[in-house]
Design a protein around this ligand. Sequence first.
Ligand SMILES: *[C@@H]1O[C@H](CO)[C@@H](O)[C@H](O)[C@H]1NC(C)=O
Ligand SMILES: *[C@@H]1O[C@H](CO)[C@@H](O)[C@H](O)[C@H]1NC(C)=O
Length: 494
Amino acid sequence: MTDNQETPDAEDTTPSGSATLPLRPPCDRLPCHKSSVCSRSYFVVVMVFFHVYIINVIALLFYVHYSSGQEDASRSRDAPSGNHQRPESRRPPSKPEFLRDVSLTRIEGIRVGHVQRVSLVPGKVHEMRTLSLKPLLFEIPGFLSEDECRVVMQLAQLKGLMESQLMVQDGQEELAKELNLSPEEIFNLLDINQDGQLQLHEILTHSRVRDGIWLTPENLREIYAGLKADKDGNDLLSLEEFRLLSNDAFQRFLLQRGVKRSQLVRNSRHTWLYQGKGAHQVLQDIKARVTRLTRLPPTLVDLSEPLQVVRYEEGGHYHAHHDSGPVYPETACTHTRLAANTSTPFETSCRYITVLFYLNSVEGGGETAFPVADNRTYDEVSLIQNDVDLLDTRRNCDKSNLRVKPTKGTAVFWYNYLSDGRGWVGEQDEYALHGGCVVTHGTKWVANKWINIDPDYQRQARYQQLVSQQPEEEDDEGLTLNPDIQSPDIHQDL
Ligand SMILES: *[C@@H]1O[C@H](CO)[C@@H](O)[C@H](O)[C@H]1NC(C)=O
Ligand SMILES: *[C@@H]1O[C@H](CO)[C@@H](O)[C@H](O)[C@H]1NC(C)=O
């Protein structure tokens, strides 16, 4: 049509249009050569588009704003101007009321680099910097004083540190035997892309750790060669070749070849320091400060694991791992085992938060690496690519998305679980993968404070009731989400 050659002009008016634009026809200001462009109907069309565009933008903003709750998009799109209800009125009524009084504070990260000032000890203000949002991770310089660092290291030495990992652990094999899996079934489990062959990374993704030994692609090739498993030497195992790699052969090979400490998953010594009544004042102070920092109910912090103190010698490391596992309905938390069904087959430590303290500044290496921090996506399979294993902190710390340098007195802390959106612990945060890079020079001392919370609110509450030794009026059969089971006392404790 005749309009076509004029389209660029017409488009110019739309994106640059500010709020004042609709007040007068664009043709007053624009050079108009053809009457068709300046016609009334053309102006109406442009204005309609313009308004639809603006309404869409407003609707989108509302949608983004409310979709962090459980707002459905349709509602905000329909009535952008009348949509000013408070978020509370939109809470789904189906969920139990008791969750409302016990809401775990989750500190907001805002954005990477954001600094908030926090008051943790009288007469001092600490700065807390957001290091990443996935996981939600913060750094607080000067969290511990020099004296406190020294006392914690001395107390740990007094108590005595033990090897964090023994050289060879048995037991894995038992599990496979119990399941009575055939080589074909195991092969199928490992063959992620189901191409009928096992690539090195497919084996490593599932069994990087073999009897506590960390395997690299080269180790695997060495094992293949030693067992003459990969006959054609192409790094791929066919089912026939895989049959030659029985569990037994694998282990016997590793054992007879001998294992060095540097090949273990972790290469450090540690001990535990109790922080309750009667403990050294410094330890109690640290616990109180952690409670203030995390803004969690003191009881939760009190009932958590003791302080773990770890020493890495030169050459020490800890390959990247999660501090706590995923929690399924049939998984129990170690700390609430008392209140769990004894028939629960799996157990994990349910460490909602990790607070990591650097007790000294390390001369070389020893950074804490977060391989996938703030990665756009997370994909377990791509953790190993082209022989590069991102979890291997002896070799690939430089490829981690984020590394924290150990500085005496600094604390970092992060959430190992997401929120469930209702003020309680949700799913495991897979981005919370982290490890200790190899110490290249000197010794590294750190301490860990874990805050254990059961994602199952009922179990956490029952556990707290048990340890506070309140007489039980209820029979404990009822694990249903019945608010009546919650006595008011539990709310107070939490
Ligand atoms: C404990 O486990 C048994 C068997 O799995 C199940 O029947 C029972 O309901 C469970 N009890 C609780 C309190 O979850
Ligand atoms: C990190 O993000 C990129 C981009 O989305 C993706 O290609 C890569 O696989 C991710 N890495 C991991 C380990 O998930």
